[in-house]
Design a protein around this ligand. Structure first.
Ligand code: ZN
Length: 175
């Protein structure tokens, strides 16, 4: 269905303009800019990312910066991924690191995208978090140390874990 739409759009561009091949569409342009301005972003590399706060500020949106670098929390029920069941892969929006597969996502009812298992153990870093008068386990991206959310032990089988993740810092790649 998507392919058909692309073909129709390409054909109509071809008919209306002969410079279509040289001029990127707004969507392509956006993708190119993201690659150019965020040197940390890669969907294939697994080397650790070390970047200072000023540089993170330049490449992340204000919401992403607040969550990833200042350990903020998005308002519940606001993520587009909260009620979202497409098949594919979720990755860190800050660096591209693969984090979760859609078949480990479940509807926790807690207001944030929830998963019961990361793609690999090395996908995440676990840290004790004693803020706000609670004892919780914070999860960060294993590649760039972006704050993602927390993991709780009230999840479904087979792991019994609930990774409660801020959708703002997730990217999604459809299968
Ligand atoms: Zn990351």
């Amino acid at each position: 269905m998507k392919l058909i739409a692309v073909v129709i759009i390409s054909t109509s561009l071809l008919n209306s303009s002969c410079s279509w091949a040289q001029t990127p569409t707004p969507k392509q342009k956006q993708g190119m800019e993201q690659q150019k301005t965020n040197p940390a972003f890669s969907r294939t590399k697994d080397d650790k990312v070390e970047m200072n706060e000023e540089d993170w500020k330049k490449v992340l949106t204000p919401e992403q910066y607040y969550i990833a670098r200042q350990k903020g929390t998005e308002r519940p029920w606001t993520s587009k991924f909260e009620k979202f069941d497409e098949k594919g892969t979720y990755y860190c929006a800050a660096c591209g690191n693969t984090l979760f597969q859609s078949n480990t996502k479940f509807d926790s009812g807690c207001g944030w995208p929830s998963f019961f298992e990361p793609v690999t153990k090395k996908s995440l870093i676990y840290l004790q978090d004693n803020t706000h008068g609670m004892q919780r386990t914070e999860v960060q991206c294993g590649r760039c140390k972006a704050h993602l959310g927390h993991v709780f032990d009230d999840g479904p089988p087979p792991t019994g874990l609930r990774y409660c993740i801020n959708g703002v810092i997730l990217g999604f790649e459809k299968k």
